[in-house]
Design a protein around this ligand. Structure first.
Ligand code: PMP
Length: 300
């Protein structure tokens, strides 16, 4: 595969895609985005990601200058141009080019950028062993300031938490909301298994409603596991039988230590493993095909 970029109607090799220094996405983080996976020639849950993108855009009063189906077509065309059958799509809509002031009204047209590239994953052994994490001092932005359910280009809140995580010598951390309840990881959603139930914080705790989170909740219910959205405290995490994170890049990964407390028996638990297997099976079968059935280059 070759990394390719769609930029406002043109598809070019990644190294040739250039944006203006006056783009408000760059100047102010004014825009929205999605991260999407491609597995075996199919785009996983593309419609859900597109729906979330338009929802985020509506929340910040950003008009996306393509319809959802045009955006899907542009995404698939970019994947085909790079012959990408396994990888990662970063879909970005910025406020576009304006002047140096904040006023979004000075930006006549939003810019659409679709990057199709490879993906860097956690090392395989971490999926076997599980992650150690901390709870971060940086609290998730309250919905009254910037609702975390809006996937905006303004990720400094998460980046500040990520800096804490890195300074602790770790790879991921859990963010609490301003009331001290569990929200989510810096780039993933959080689940625990407690007394046989699968629990995850509800939307009102201030989270991004993850596409992987939805898929895992669906899979768990299909497997006969009871799932509940419940407000969780850090102690609920420490006392859980199992804990795991979900996200487009991470998929399903166990957490085995939080703030020095060993979770369960310190290894990925049976429910986590089952859901990881079920999630993989879903990625093998579900998704929007890049090449329509029977077309040349189809990967099936
Ligand atoms: N929370 C945050 C803050 C995220 O950025 C992401 C996406 N990386 C997630 C959760 C997981 O969402 P999804 O499963 O849709 O990738």
């Amino acid at each position: 595969m070759r990394p390719m970029v769609y930029l406002d109607g043109r598809i070019v090799p990644a190294g040739e895609a250039m944006v203006s220094v006056y783009d408000h996405g760059l100047l102010y983080g004014d825009g929205v985005f999605e991260g999407i996976r491609v597995y075996h020639g199919r785009v996983f849950r593309l419609e859900q990601h597109i729906r979330r993108l338009y929802r985020s855009a509506r929340a910040i009063m950003l008009d996306i200058p393509l319809t959802p189906s045009e955006l899907i077509d542009a995404t698939l065309a970019t994947l085909r141009a790079g012959e990408c059958t396994d990888g990662y799509i970063r879909l970005i809509v910025t406020r576009g080019v304006g002047d140096l002031g904040l006023d979004p009204g000075k930006c006549p047209k939003a810019s659409i950028i679709i990057i199709c590239d490879g993906i860097s994953l956690y090392p395989a052994e971490l999926y076997e062993r599980g992650l150690e994490v901390i709870t971060c001092a940086t609290r998730r932005t309250p919905p009254t300031s910037l609702d975390p359910s809006v996937k905006s280009l303004n990720y400094l809140n998460n980046i500040l938490a990520k800096i804490e995580v890195k300074r602790a010598g770790l790879l991921e951390g859990i963010m609490l909301n301003s009331e001290g309840y569990v929200a989510e990881a810096t780039g993933d959603n959080v689940f625990v298994v407690s007394e046989g139930q699968l629990l995850t914080p509800p939307t009102h705790c201030g989270i991004l409603v993850g596409v992987t989170r939805d898929a895992v909740m669906e899979l768990a219910r299909r497997e006969g596991i009871e799932v509940q959205e419940r407000v969780l405290t850090p102690v609920d995490l420490y006392a859980a039988d199992e804990c795991f994170l979900t996200g487009t890049a991470a998929e399903v990964i166990a957490v085995v230590k939080i703030d020095g407390r060993v979770i369960g028996d310190g290894a990925p638990g049976p429910v986590t493993k089952r859901l990881r297997v079920a999630f993989h099976a879903l990625t093998e079968t579900e998704g929007v095909p890049i090449y329509p059935e029977g077309a040349a280059g189809s990967s099936g």
